[in-house]
Design a protein around this ligand. Structure first.
Ligand SMILES: *Cc1c(COP(=O)(O)O)cnc(C)c1O
Length: 397
């Protein structure tokens, strides 16, 4: 099939839940992607903040191949060496005590919600608890995750969803306090809001929230599915705030391409939470997925990926700042590390399309916001190449 035939056949057979770009991606190398016409793209999307270590990573591919040769799947009725290793590594790195591996981000959220409800159920002997989530949040597309997603547009057609969810204003502690009742069991938020437009939590807000949760025995759930795994220049975004969540969710870069997510919790939470029979997954954390996690964490440590992000992000910020000074239609640039937003006063989609023509892949977050979530291995030369393309496009706008 040629490029147009792939597009036509895809449009014929896929359920139409995505407005795909007319580009057929075939292979990747480092921070570049190639389409079926051989065109090269500098990738500032990373498969939606997934491929942190770059494409065609030799050691990663070898680790997966070795695991495929040994054992791809077992089920969770047995132990497997790499699942145990992955669990030990991710708990040690995050400072959490226990982990459950899932196949996706949304499933990690489902698990986190169930874990919080079970904790409160064990403590109080009833199941009428409430969860406070944030406006403009994004936690996934399955029912529970959708129910804590603060975007009416995503939720509206699907009815009421999970009950007893209230929405507070992000970065506004009083709006959270106003919703707390004796039945509040958890507060869930992204440490840096992603899909909602790249809004980092303010330091005071998160610290006061941690304190509020401690005082009332409310579980603090931090969703770091997008902002975790080194993206902010910290291995986990919460580290910057000097706090720790009770429950943490991860996915996206956790497997760097192999579908895997996780929810983790403290021992205090685990003691009163999910026990045998409460939760499960046929695939979740199977040997192949966990081999990916082990290799990803090994490379993160060996190559000090978070340190590289921290060291290089100021340069990205500086370059974005220069664009902002030059073009008055840029309303704001903001973000943490390699998770940055350029907010425009017009729809960002046209810039994304123009960038593709110039060989640059960008994402959006909301209608007017360009979202930059490159592979975490990019260097200054890639930042320069990206800014030059954007400068060229902006100058024609
Ligand atoms: C992507 C994302 C999810 C959902 O993950 P999926 O793997 O798409 O189910 C949840 N929370 C945040 C913050 C995300 O960015």
């Amino acid at each position: 099939m040629n490029t147009q035939e792939y597009i036509d056949q895809g449009d014929k057979y896929f359920l139409h839940t995505y407005n795909r770009f007319p580009i057929v991606l075939e292979r990747g190398e480092g921070v570049y992607l190639y389409d079926t016409d051989g065109k090269k793209y500098l990738d500032f999307g990373a498969g939606i903040a997934v491929f942190a270590l770059g494409y065609g990573n030799k050691e990663y591919n070898e680790a997966l191949n070795a695991q495929i040769a040994k054992l791809i799947h077992t089920s969770n009725l047995f132990y497997s060496p790499c699942a145990v290793e992955a669990a030990k590594e991710i708990c040690t790195l995050s400072g959490m005590d226990r982990v459950f591996f899932t196949n996706s981000g949304t499933e990690a959220i489902e698990g986190a919600i169930k874990a919080a409800r079970k904790y409160a159920y064990t403590r109080d002997g009833h199941a009428d608890h409430e969860i406070i989530a944030m406006q403009h949040s994004f936690h996934g597309r399955s029912y529970g995750a959708l129910s804590v997603t603060g975007n009416d547009h995503y939720r509206e057609p699907f009815g009421r969803g999970v009950s007893n969810i209230k929405f507070a204003e992000y970065n506004d502690i009083d709006s959270v306090k106003a919703l707390v009742t004796k039945d509040t069991c958890a507060v869930i938020l992204e440490t840096v809001q992603g899909e909602g437009g790249i809004y980092p939590a303010k330091e005071d807000f998160l610290k006061e929230l941690r304190q509020l949760c401690d005082e009332k025995d409310i579980l603090l759930i931090l969703d770091e599915i997008q902002c975790g795994m080194g993206r902010t220049g910290y291995m986990f975004a919460f580290e910057k705030y000097g706090i720790r969540p009770d429950i943490l969710t991860l996915a996206k870069a956790l497997g760097c391409g192999i579908p895997v997510g996780a929810f983790l919790m403290t021992e205090k939470c685990a003691e009163k939470s999910l026990c045998p029979g409460d939760h499960g997954s046929t695939y979740g954390g199977n040997p192949l997925a966990c081999a990916a996690v082990v290799e990803v964490l090994r490379q993160f440590k060996e190559r000090d990926i978070a340190g590289h992000v921290k060291a290089t992000a100021p340069y990205l910020k500086e370059k974005l700042g220069e664009l902002k000074d030059k073009y008055s239609f840029i309303k704001d640039v903001r973000g943490e590390g390699f998770m940055q937003a350029i907010e425009l006063d017009f729809p960002a989609g046209e810039i994304v399309t123009a960038a593709q023509k110039e060989g640059l892949i960008l994402l959006t977050a909301g209608s007017n916001i360009l979202r930059l979530v490159p592979p975490l291995i990019i260097g200054k030369e890639h930042i320069d190449a990206m800014t030059q393309i954007l400068d060229k496009i902006f100058s024609c706008h």
